[in-house]
Write a protein that binds this ligand. Structure first.
Ligand code: NDP
Length: 347
């Protein structure tokens, strides 16, 4: 069987911005003859995610992430359909996902690393298994629940950075559903600001590329900030932390503004910001969704119900074709996506 796959062509370097040419499309052949325990899959959707930037380095800087190897097939979150199976848990037509799906149009995988999913959970929107009813939805929900200390009736204001992205767009909506009285998003374009306010119900939005973030935070959070869902780090986060109330909570989800720099994770804060955290007794604990997978099943069913009932709206940016994987990854890293960046590989 003739298939196409994407391999790592070159590394951007620890301080480099990734470019589509770091990836290369290849034609290859795949034997559809399966060994015991194997499954032949047709890839439907693939995900590109910020953590993949670490996998482009020779040393990922994280013990739970292995580096992608030059000239080898790249992998990440994927969803697909079983075409044939020699694994007792799967039959033709099953929809399955994996965190280690090769960027390849058809693949043979061990059944043991696949999870079967129920299309009814997403009303047939199978790409949601990579986003709102997958790892990004879990990150938003469990991040808010585990580190946000949102209290119903607590009169709290939440700020979300990366607010129009996959995690941020869901996190803000969950903050509101869980009881925050005011939710303000920070993101990188006026279209994104419009989308999170008009489509998702954020109370206000700040375009960090065009507006003065400290001034706009003062205007849009008149009672200060109690909960901060941090996806970006850097200057934006310094401005938010500076305006946080005593006893506030930072959900340290990600620091994408620093991912093209050779710095440890999480990147060190200035002495001034550390002093604000100390003196105001603000918590800022690292959050890692993979540490909470025992809560995933319940959380996914909650996300599914919220989406079906319309209480959570899902935004996606979809690109067609495996040849566009590298371009979609680089675009997402620079803000080309609104909501979850998805690549559709086949119908
Ligand atoms: P997004 O869909 O949010 O895409 C990334 C977004 O980051 C872009 O759209 C862009 O939006 C924004 N961005 C890029 N560069 C900068 C910059 N210099 N300053 C500010 N914003 C920037 O990705 P995800 O939702 O998948 O991930 C969001 C964050 O969550 C990442 O930091 C990621 O590492 C983290 N994460 C953490 C997990 C955990 O377990 N802790 C699990 C999953 C994700 P804009 O146009 O607004 O700039």
């Amino acid at each position: 069987m003739q298939v196409q796959r994407v391999v790592l062509n070159s590394r951007p370097g620890k301080n480099g911005t990734p470019v589509p040419e770091n990836f290369r499309l290849e034609d290859t052949t795949l034997s559809p003859d399966l060994k015991d325990g194997e499954v032949l899959l047709r890839t439907l959707y693939l995900s590109v995610d910020p953590y993949m930037r670490c996998r482009m380095n020779e040393d990922t800087g994280a013990e739970y992430l292995t580096p992608w190897q030059l000239s080898e097939c790249v992998d990440g979150g994927g969803v697909g359909m079983v075409e044939s199976s020699r694994c007792a848990s799967f039959t033709k037509g099953d929809v399955v996902t994996s965190f280690n799906w090769p960027w390849q149009t058809h693949v043979v995988m061990e059944g043991s690393i696949l999870q079967k999913v129920d299309p009814r959970l997403v009303d047939g929107h199978l790409s949601y298994f990579l986003g709102a009813v997958g790892i990004t939805g879990l990150t938003a929900l469990l991040g808010v629940r585990e580190k946000g200390n949102v209290i119903k009736g607590g009169n709290q204001t939440m700020v979300v950075s990366g607010a129009a992205g996959a995690c941020g767009s869901i996190a803000g909506q969950i903050g509101r559903l869980d009881g925050c009285v005011r939710v303000v998003g920070i993101c990188g374009s006026s279209d994104k600001c419009r989308a999170i306010v008009e489509d998702l119900g954020f109370d206000a939005a700040i375009n960090y590329r065009q507006e003065d973030v400290p001034t706009r935070l003062k205007e849009s959070c008149p009672h200060g900030i109690d909960v901060y869902f941090d996806n970006v780090g850097g200057n934006i986060s310094d401005s938010v932390i500076t305006q946080m109330n005593n006893g506030g909570h930072v959900i340290l989800c990600g620091q994408i503004s620093q991912y093209n720099k050779d710095v440890p994770y999480p990147p060190p804060l200035s002495e001034e910001i550390q002093e604000i955290l100390r003196s105001k007794n603000i918590t800022r604990e690292r959050f890692m969704v993979l540490n909470y997978m025992n809560k995933a099943e319940t959380a996914l069913s909650e996300l599914s119900q919220w989406i079906k009932s319309g209480q959570i709206k899902v935004l996606e940016t979809t690109v067609d074709g495996i040849e566009n994987m590298g371009g979609a990854f680089c675009s997402m890293m620079k803000g080309g996506n609104t909501g979850k960046q998805i690549i559709k590989i086949s119908e």
